[in-house]
Design a protein around this ligand. Structure first.
Ligand code: PEP
Length: 249
Protein backbone atom coordinates (compact mmCIF):
# COMPACT_ATOMS: atom_id res chain seq x y z
CA UNK A 1 0.00 0.00 0.00
CA UNK A 2 1.15 3.53 -0.72
CA UNK A 3 4.87 4.12 -0.74
CA UNK A 4 5.72 1.65 1.99
CA UNK A 5 8.15 -0.97 0.72
CA UNK A 6 6.71 -4.37 1.60
CA UNK A 7 8.52 -7.11 3.51
CA UNK A 8 8.01 -10.82 3.05
CA UNK A 9 9.54 -12.63 6.01
CA UNK A 10 9.74 -16.39 6.49
CA UNK A 11 9.65 -17.85 9.99
CA UNK A 12 11.14 -21.34 9.98
CA UNK A 13 10.17 -21.86 13.65
CA UNK A 14 11.85 -24.97 15.14
CA UNK A 15 12.66 -26.42 11.74
CA UNK A 16 15.91 -26.61 9.84
CA UNK A 17 19.27 -28.33 9.99
CA UNK A 18 22.42 -27.36 8.14
CA UNK A 19 21.06 -29.07 5.03
CA UNK A 20 18.11 -26.71 4.98
CA UNK A 21 20.37 -23.87 3.91
CA UNK A 22 19.89 -25.28 0.41
CA UNK A 23 16.38 -23.82 0.55
CA UNK A 24 17.90 -20.44 1.33
CA UNK A 25 20.20 -20.79 -1.67
CA UNK A 26 17.18 -21.66 -3.80
CA UNK A 27 15.30 -18.59 -2.56
CA UNK A 28 18.34 -16.47 -3.35
CA UNK A 29 18.54 -17.92 -6.84
CA UNK A 30 14.81 -17.34 -7.35
CA UNK A 31 15.12 -13.68 -6.40
CA UNK A 32 17.74 -12.87 -8.96
CA UNK A 33 16.52 -10.76 -11.82
CA UNK A 34 14.60 -7.57 -11.51
CA UNK A 35 11.09 -6.49 -10.76
CA UNK A 36 10.81 -7.41 -7.11
CA UNK A 37 9.15 -4.68 -5.10
CA UNK A 38 9.70 -6.07 -1.63
CA UNK A 39 12.37 -6.83 0.94
CA UNK A 40 12.87 -10.50 1.70
CA UNK A 41 13.84 -12.01 5.05
CA UNK A 42 14.27 -15.50 6.47
CA UNK A 43 14.21 -16.17 10.21
CA UNK A 44 15.88 -19.55 10.69
CA UNK A 45 16.41 -21.20 14.08
CA UNK A 46 19.17 -19.54 16.09
CA UNK A 47 21.57 -22.38 15.35
CA UNK A 48 21.52 -21.41 11.66
CA UNK A 49 21.55 -17.61 11.86
CA UNK A 50 25.30 -17.22 11.31
CA UNK A 51 25.47 -19.71 8.45
CA UNK A 52 22.30 -18.30 6.89
CA UNK A 53 23.64 -14.74 7.05
CA UNK A 54 26.81 -15.89 5.34
CA UNK A 55 24.90 -17.80 2.65
CA UNK A 56 22.41 -14.97 2.06
CA UNK A 57 25.27 -12.52 1.59
CA UNK A 58 22.93 -9.54 2.10
CA UNK A 59 20.54 -10.46 -0.73
CA UNK A 60 18.14 -11.87 1.85
CA UNK A 61 17.86 -10.32 5.31
CA UNK A 62 18.26 -12.77 8.19
CA UNK A 63 16.29 -12.48 11.41
CA UNK A 64 16.10 -14.26 14.73
CA UNK A 65 12.84 -15.68 16.09
CA UNK A 66 13.15 -14.42 19.66
CA UNK A 67 15.65 -12.76 21.97
CA UNK A 68 16.08 -12.21 25.69
CA UNK A 69 15.69 -8.60 26.78
CA UNK A 70 19.01 -8.54 28.62
CA UNK A 71 22.27 -7.92 26.81
CA UNK A 72 24.06 -10.82 28.51
CA UNK A 73 24.16 -12.71 31.76
CA UNK A 74 22.94 -15.72 33.69
CA UNK A 75 20.06 -16.81 31.44
CA UNK A 76 20.87 -20.35 30.42
CA UNK A 77 19.60 -21.23 26.97
CA UNK A 78 18.60 -17.69 26.06
CA UNK A 79 20.05 -15.58 23.28
CA UNK A 80 20.44 -11.80 23.34
CA UNK A 81 19.67 -9.38 20.54
CA UNK A 82 23.36 -8.47 20.54
CA UNK A 83 24.24 -12.12 19.87
CA UNK A 84 21.83 -12.24 16.94
CA UNK A 85 23.30 -9.04 15.52
CA UNK A 86 26.79 -10.43 16.00
CA UNK A 87 25.78 -13.55 14.07
CA UNK A 88 24.58 -11.44 11.14
CA UNK A 89 20.88 -10.92 11.84
CA UNK A 90 19.29 -7.56 11.04
CA UNK A 91 15.95 -8.23 12.72
CA UNK A 92 14.24 -10.35 15.33
CA UNK A 93 10.65 -11.53 15.76
CA UNK A 94 9.31 -10.75 19.24
CA UNK A 95 6.02 -11.73 20.79
CA UNK A 96 5.10 -14.49 18.37
CA UNK A 97 1.92 -16.16 19.62
CA UNK A 98 3.81 -19.43 20.12
CA UNK A 99 6.21 -17.60 22.47
CA UNK A 100 3.33 -15.87 24.23
CA UNK A 101 1.55 -19.25 24.68
CA UNK A 102 4.47 -21.65 25.25
CA UNK A 103 6.62 -19.32 27.36
CA UNK A 104 4.05 -17.09 28.99
CA UNK A 105 5.40 -13.92 27.38
CA UNK A 106 3.37 -10.89 28.41
CA UNK A 107 3.03 -7.63 26.50
CA UNK A 108 5.45 -6.11 29.01
CA UNK A 109 8.11 -8.71 28.23
CA UNK A 110 7.53 -8.35 24.50
CA UNK A 111 8.01 -4.60 24.81
CA UNK A 112 11.31 -5.12 26.61
CA UNK A 113 12.42 -7.53 23.89
CA UNK A 114 11.58 -4.95 21.21
CA UNK A 115 13.68 -2.38 23.09
CA UNK A 116 16.49 -4.93 23.28
CA UNK A 117 16.27 -5.41 19.53
CA UNK A 118 16.69 -1.66 18.96
CA UNK A 119 19.55 -1.49 21.46
CA UNK A 120 21.37 -4.07 19.33
CA UNK A 121 20.54 -2.29 16.09
CA UNK A 122 17.95 -4.84 14.99
CA UNK A 123 14.50 -4.28 13.54
CA UNK A 124 11.84 -5.56 15.95
CA UNK A 125 9.05 -7.53 14.26
CA UNK A 126 6.34 -7.33 16.92
CA UNK A 127 3.57 -9.92 16.64
CA UNK A 128 0.01 -9.40 17.79
CA UNK A 129 -3.28 -11.15 17.10
CA UNK A 130 -6.45 -12.51 18.62
CA UNK A 131 -7.34 -16.11 19.53
CA UNK A 132 -10.30 -17.92 18.03
CA UNK A 133 -12.37 -17.36 21.19
CA UNK A 134 -11.55 -13.65 21.12
CA UNK A 135 -12.53 -13.41 17.45
CA UNK A 136 -15.81 -15.24 18.08
CA UNK A 137 -16.70 -13.00 20.99
CA UNK A 138 -16.13 -9.89 18.91
CA UNK A 139 -13.10 -8.79 20.94
CA UNK A 140 -10.56 -8.71 18.09
CA UNK A 141 -10.03 -4.96 17.87
CA UNK A 142 -9.91 -4.58 21.67
CA UNK A 143 -7.31 -7.34 21.94
CA UNK A 144 -5.22 -5.85 19.15
CA UNK A 145 -5.40 -2.39 20.76
CA UNK A 146 -4.23 -3.73 24.12
CA UNK A 147 -1.37 -5.70 22.55
CA UNK A 148 -0.28 -2.71 20.46
CA UNK A 149 -0.31 -0.40 23.47
CA UNK A 150 1.48 -2.93 25.67
CA UNK A 151 4.00 -4.46 23.26
CA UNK A 152 5.17 -1.57 21.09
CA UNK A 153 7.61 0.69 22.94
CA UNK A 154 7.54 4.47 22.95
CA UNK A 155 9.66 5.94 20.20
CA UNK A 156 8.97 3.24 17.63
CA UNK A 157 10.03 4.30 14.17
CA UNK A 158 9.18 2.92 10.74
CA UNK A 159 12.78 1.85 10.14
CA UNK A 160 13.19 -0.13 13.36
CA UNK A 161 9.74 -1.57 13.91
CA UNK A 162 7.45 -3.88 11.95
CA UNK A 163 4.04 -4.97 13.21
CA UNK A 164 2.85 -8.47 12.30
CA UNK A 165 -0.88 -9.06 12.64
CA UNK A 166 -1.24 -12.80 13.10
CA UNK A 167 -4.64 -14.11 14.16
CA UNK A 168 -3.72 -17.08 16.36
CA UNK A 169 -6.48 -19.22 14.86
CA UNK A 170 -5.04 -18.71 11.37
CA UNK A 171 -1.50 -19.83 12.23
CA UNK A 172 -0.70 -23.24 10.81
CA UNK A 173 -4.38 -24.08 10.34
CA UNK A 174 -4.97 -23.32 6.67
CA UNK A 175 -7.66 -20.87 7.79
CA UNK A 176 -7.42 -17.18 6.95
CA UNK A 177 -9.63 -14.21 7.70
CA UNK A 178 -11.53 -12.82 4.74
CA UNK A 179 -9.87 -9.98 2.86
CA UNK A 180 -12.50 -7.73 4.42
CA UNK A 181 -11.61 -8.83 7.93
CA UNK A 182 -7.90 -8.35 7.25
CA UNK A 183 -8.65 -4.88 5.87
CA UNK A 184 -10.63 -3.97 8.98
CA UNK A 185 -7.91 -5.01 11.43
CA UNK A 186 -5.04 -3.52 9.41
CA UNK A 187 -6.88 -0.22 9.07
CA UNK A 188 -7.44 -0.23 12.82
CA UNK A 189 -3.74 -0.97 13.49
CA UNK A 190 -2.72 1.82 11.07
CA UNK A 191 -5.03 4.24 12.88
CA UNK A 192 -3.59 3.32 16.28
CA UNK A 193 0.01 3.56 15.02
CA UNK A 194 -0.64 6.91 13.35
CA UNK A 195 -2.29 8.31 16.48
CA UNK A 196 0.62 7.27 18.67
CA UNK A 197 3.63 7.67 16.37
CA UNK A 198 2.31 10.18 13.81
CA UNK A 199 4.19 10.00 10.50
CA UNK A 200 6.40 7.16 11.77
CA UNK A 201 3.28 5.16 12.50
CA UNK A 202 1.83 6.03 9.12
CA UNK A 203 4.98 4.66 7.45
CA UNK A 204 5.42 1.54 9.61
CA UNK A 205 5.06 -1.83 7.91
CA UNK A 206 2.12 -3.95 8.99
CA UNK A 207 2.52 -7.57 7.91
CA UNK A 208 -0.26 -10.12 7.75
CA UNK A 209 0.57 -13.63 8.99
CA UNK A 210 -1.43 -16.82 9.24
CA UNK A 211 -1.63 -19.54 6.58
CA UNK A 212 -0.28 -17.37 3.78
CA UNK A 213 0.26 -19.62 0.74
CA UNK A 214 1.07 -19.03 -2.93
CA UNK A 215 -2.65 -19.50 -3.69
CA UNK A 216 -3.87 -16.73 -1.37
CA UNK A 217 -0.86 -14.40 -1.28
CA UNK A 218 -1.94 -12.12 -4.09
CA UNK A 219 -5.35 -11.48 -2.56
CA UNK A 220 -4.05 -10.97 0.99
CA UNK A 221 -1.11 -8.80 -0.10
CA UNK A 222 -3.48 -6.70 -2.16
CA UNK A 223 -5.45 -5.63 0.91
CA UNK A 224 -5.10 -1.98 1.94
CA UNK A 225 -2.56 -1.48 4.75
CA UNK A 226 -1.06 -4.95 4.27
CA UNK A 227 2.63 -4.25 3.73
CA UNK A 228 3.85 -7.79 3.38
CA UNK A 229 3.63 -11.17 5.04
CA UNK A 230 5.04 -13.20 7.89
CA UNK A 231 5.06 -16.75 6.59
CA UNK A 232 5.48 -19.91 8.66
CA UNK A 233 4.88 -23.29 7.04
CA UNK A 234 5.09 -22.05 3.47
CA UNK A 235 8.54 -20.54 4.08
CA UNK A 236 10.19 -23.93 4.56
CA UNK A 237 10.25 -24.79 0.87
CA UNK A 238 11.82 -22.29 -1.51
CA UNK A 239 9.22 -22.96 -4.19
CA UNK A 240 6.33 -22.11 -1.85
CA UNK A 241 8.07 -19.06 -0.43
CA UNK A 242 8.93 -17.78 -3.90
CA UNK A 243 5.31 -18.36 -4.91
CA UNK A 244 4.29 -15.95 -2.14
CA UNK A 245 7.03 -13.44 -2.97
CA UNK A 246 5.68 -13.45 -6.53
CA UNK A 247 2.73 -11.37 -5.27
CA UNK A 248 5.19 -8.45 -5.40
CA UNK A 249 6.46 -8.95 -8.92
C1 PEP B 1 3.62 -17.80 11.80
O1 PEP B 1 3.67 -18.59 12.73
O2 PEP B 1 4.24 -16.73 11.86
C2 PEP B 1 2.80 -18.17 10.64
C3 PEP B 1 2.28 -17.21 9.94
O3 PEP B 1 2.62 -19.50 10.41
P1 PEP B 1 1.84 -20.18 9.15
O4 PEP B 1 2.21 -19.40 7.93
O5 PEP B 1 2.36 -21.59 9.09
O6 PEP B 1 0.39 -20.09 9.45
Amino acid sequence: SGTIRPLVAGNWKMNGLAGSLGELDAVKAGLSGDGLNADIMICPPATLVAAAAKAANASIAIGGQDCHFAEKGAHTGDISAEMLADAGASAVIVGHSERRADHGESDEIVMKKAQAAWRAGLVAIICIGETEAERKSGATLDVVAVQLAGSVPEGARAENTVIAYEPVWAIGTGLTPTAGDVAEVHAFIRQKLSERFSEEGAAMRILYGGSVKPANAQELMGVENVNGALVGGASLKAADFLGIVAAYR
